[in-house]
Structures are given as structure tokens and as C-alpha cells.
Design a protein around this ligand. Structure first.
Ligand code: EPZ
Length: 422
């Protein structure tokens, strides 16, 4: 298995380009199941999760033509004109839980689906009850057999669905299912993430009728069939936020190109409180790190609140801040595992349920550490950038799931980082 070595002490300088958003690309690629016509996506990022979802769609019978995802074009063409298999197998769904998003489109277009339940993961139980409750309200018959969701519906019918939690995945699954249902579906307390909006934009380009995406009430009027689409994926706000933190952390000066500040409001406001100097344009953020970060408290919330996917990165910044910071994680029940690894690097973090009390220290010290989940792994790379000595990070496949060429992008900014092929 590969590992990453980082030697701390360098200030990051220069420009870095943000790739397409993983969490927009995944549902958008899956939405190709809703039509027999070709769907062309541009700006698809070069990530392990993308290869997994393309393998899953190929296994269903979708014709997949993939360009070189290392190129900026990142073009993928999908055509679901024959879909003989309606099953998403356990081995793929357990590798990447977003595979569960095929349930809504398969049910909406073909009236049946057999999808493995994703099970939990490192950061939490990750139930799918809201997905299933919504589909049942749309008339689907749903059984759980040997760890698979077996769902059937002659034709889904529109329903008024209230989500007890603004689940991103449930909103996306139900939007796709509703696009071909009979009548109008209203999703209340819908997730408002930009990735949900990007999926809705694709569905409308395909001839669907989706209104209100990006707000907490999404209305979808079902149509008989959908046609092909061409779409460029929005930039990855979480990747952008990660490099912005890296610049602030190292006291560097970095321009993050392709970053959409309008997708990062809560995060940028919080970062300004730590003393970082920020200037923004429509599609870029310039950040200058100013001395030791000021300690701030932060609480993760559904969008537009502070994103849980940037919590681990901010914890590193607070770990070397000038006081005490309280970080409250409200989205996932076990998303502090990076804290234990950061403490091995000399951080002073105490965990109390869903709160982490972070007492800033002068310097971190390098240590061999292990990645556990996607965002925790990148926080260990960030810590390595400011730790004394060489940090060795193992299990970097977690990193490769969500960050395209992180060592290449960071060394392009002057970091002393390398990947050792294992
Ligand atoms: C999406 O996951 C993202 N993944 C996650 O990013 C992100 O952290 C999360 O949204 C929250 O913003 C993708 O888009 C592929 P949820 P998702 O359903 O859809 C509970 C990353 O690092 N819940 O919004 O799985 C659930 O337990 C990943 O890129 C239910 O209770 O998240 C959790 O506590 C990590 N029942 C909360 O809602 C359900 O049926 C948020 O989950 C569904 C969810």
C-alpha cells in the first residue's frame, strides 16, 4: 500500500487548480440511468470513487466511455440504452456508499432494483432509512433480504415527503426517483448543498421539472421520459477549502483557482476569524496566512452551515492556534478519529462526545500516522506540513478517494511531500 511522506516547515506559495466536485460527479454520473440517450460529463475528477461508480454503472450494463481524467477536460460519456442488470452488488456498495444512489433512478425508470445496503463506515452508522421511507411514500414496495434492498414499483407516484434530517443522499435519490414518477413530489427539509443544486441542473437539462433545489423545499413534477445531456461538474468546494487551510496553516500565500467563494461562505467567514487574509473573485480565492492562527470555536451544520467535510482540516489549524477552540460535530457521530492521530503528533485535543476541545500548541512533531477516513487522512497531510520532521501517512487509499493528486498539487505549492509506492 502506498504511503505519503511529508517534511514540515515550508510556507506554501503559488497557484493550485481545484478539480471537479466528487460529491456532485457521483450523483450526476448515476443520473445517466434515467435516460437511454448519451450523457456527457466534463470536469469529472480523477478519483478512486469515480472509477468505482463507473465500474458499478458498467456492471449494470451502462456503456461507459472515459477520457483521460487527469486532463482538465475530464470527459466521461455514459449511455444506459440497455440495462439488463438491476443489481448493485455488496462489494461495490461497501467500497463506496454513494453507490446506493442507483436505487432511485433504477426504480424510477425500470420499476425495480436490488441494491446492497451500504452498512456503516468509519465516521458513523450511515443509515439509509430516509431514502427508503421516501421511496415507500412514492409507492415502492421495499424489502430487506440478505442485506439487500429489493424494491419494486409499477410506476412511482408523486408524494409529499418530509426528511427528518436534510440528508444529501436521500434528497438526491428521491429527486432522481421523482423525475420519472407520475405526478408531483415535494421534498421538505431537503438538503441545500451546491452538489444537490448541480444534480437538479442536470435533471432539468435532461427534461425533468425540478424547482427549488438549493432551498429546503424541492418540487419535482414527473415526466414520461428524459433525454441526454452535456454538463460540466461544479468545482469541489471541499478540496478548495482544504488547500485554503493549507495556505493559512503554513503562513503561505496561495491562489486557489476554480474555488467558488459563494459555495464556501460559512467556511471563509470562520477562516477570517482565525486571522487569515482572504480576497475572493467569482472563481478563485486568494489566501495569505498571517502568523499564528487565532483560536475560534466552530460547529458543523447542514449547508449553508460550516461543512462537516472541512472539520478535520480546521482542527489542524486550531491545533497550532494561540488559545483554546471548541469544535462541535453535529453531522456524523464518529468524525474525530483524526484527533487521536493529531495527538500523537503533539496536539492537545480532548474529546467529549461530539465536542473536541483543542488547546493550541506551538509546534506539532512528525510521527508515523494512519489515515482512517477521507477527510481525516488529508488533515494528517496538513499536520505534516507544519510538523517538525518527517511525517509518514499510511492507508492513503482513503486520500485517493477524494483528492486528485494531492502530493502533486501540494509540491506544486512548494511543499516537501512525496508518495512512496507500496
Ligand atoms: C454526503 O453524504 C457526502 N457524500 C458526505 O461527504 C458529506 O459529509 C455528507 O453528505 C454531509 O454533508 C456524498 O455526497 C457522496 P447525509 P451522505 O445523508 O449523503 C443521517 C466526503 O467526505 N442520515 O447528508 O451519506 C446520517 O447518519 C463524504 O466526501 C440518516 O439518519 O450524508 C448522517 O448523520 C463523507 N438517515 C446525516 O444524516 C438517512 O437515511 C448526514 O448524512 C440518511 C442520512
Amino acid at each position: 500500500m502506498d504511503k505519503i511522506l511529508v517534511r514540515g516547515g515550508r510556507r506554501l506559495r503559488g497557484e493550485v487548480a481545484v478539480s471537479g466536485a466528487k460529491n456532485a460527479a457521483l450523483p450526476i454520473l448515476v443520473s445517466s440511468l434515467l435516460t437511454a440517450e448519451p450523457c456527457v460529463c466534463h470536469g469529472v475528477p480523477d478519483l478512486l470513487d469515480i472509477y468505482t461508480v463507473l465500474k458499478l454503472l458498467g456492471g449494470l450494463g451502462v456503456r461507459v466511455k472515459r477520457g483521460d481524467l487527469q486532463a482538465a477536460s475530464g470527459e466521461v460519456t455514459l449511455q444506459a440504452d440497455q440495462v439488463p442488470h438491476l443489481e448493485a452488488p455488496y462489494d461495490l456498495v461497501k467500497t463506496m456508499r454513494a453507490s446506493f444512489l442507483v436505487l432511485g433512478p433504477l426504480l424510477g425508470r425500470f420499476g425495480e432494483a436490488r441494491v446492497s445496503t451500504p452498512g456503516g463506515c468509519a465516521i458513523g452508522a450511515r443509515p439509509v432509512n430516509l431514502h427508503l421511507k421516501g421511496l415507500a411514500e412514492m409507492g415502492a414496495e421495499i424489502d430487506l433480504i440478505h442485506g439487500y434492498v429489493v424494491a419494486k414499483a409499477k410506476r412511482l407516484r408523486g408524494a409529499k415527503i418530509y426528511l427528518d434530517f436534510p440528508s444529501v443522499g436521500a434528497t438526491e435519490n428521491l429527486m432522481m426517483a421523482a423525475a420519472l414518477a407520475e405526478g408531483v413530489t415535494i421534498i421538505e427539509d431537503a438538503a441545500r448543498e451546491p452538489e444537490v443544486e448541480d444534480l437538479a441542473a442536470v435533471l432539468n437539462k435532461m427534461g425533468a421539472w425540478v424547482e427549488g433545489a438549493g432551498t429546503d423545499i424541492v418540487k419535482i413534477e414527473g415526466v414520461k421520459e428524459l433525454h441526454g445531456v452535456t454538463h460540466r461538474i461544479i468545482p469541489d468546494r471541499i478540496e478548495a477549502g482544504t488547500y485554503i487551510v493549507a495556505a493559512a496553516l503554513t503562513g503561505g500565500e496561495v491562489e486557489v483557482k476554480g474555488a467558488r467563494p459563494d459555495h464556501l461562505d460559512a467556511f471563509l467567514l470562520k477562516l477570517k476569524e482565525t486571522g487569515a487574509m482572504l480576497s475572493t473573485d467569482r472563481d478563485k480565492v486568494k489566501v495569505v496566512g498571517k502568523g499564528r492562527p487565532v483560536s475560534v470555536d466552530l460547529t458543523t451544520l447542514p449547508y449553508p452551515g460550516f461543512p462537516t467535510d472541512l472539520q478535520a482540516q480546521m482542527m489542524v489549524l486550531m491545533a497550532v492556534s494561540n488559545g483554546v477552540s471548541v469544535i462541535t460535530e453535529n453531522i456524523f457521530e464518529n468524525r474525530f478519529m483524526h484527533a487521536l492521530e493529531l495527538n500523537r503528533m503533539g496536539a492537545d485535543i480532548r474529546l467529549e462526545g461530539n465536542r473536541a476541545i483543542v488547546k493550541g500548541v506551538e509546534r506539532l512533531s512528525a510521527a508515523p500516522v494512519m489515515a482512517t477516513d477521507l477527510r481525516a487522512s488529508v488533515s494528517l497531510v496538513l499536520a505534516g506540513l507544519v510538523a517538525e520532521g518527517q511525517t509518514e501517512i499510511t492507508r492513503v487509499y482513503h486520500l485517493d478517494r477524494g483528492y486528485a493528486h494531492v502530493e502533486r498539487k501540494l509540491s506544486g505549492l512548494g511543499a516537501d511531500i512525496e508518495r512512496v509506492r507500496g
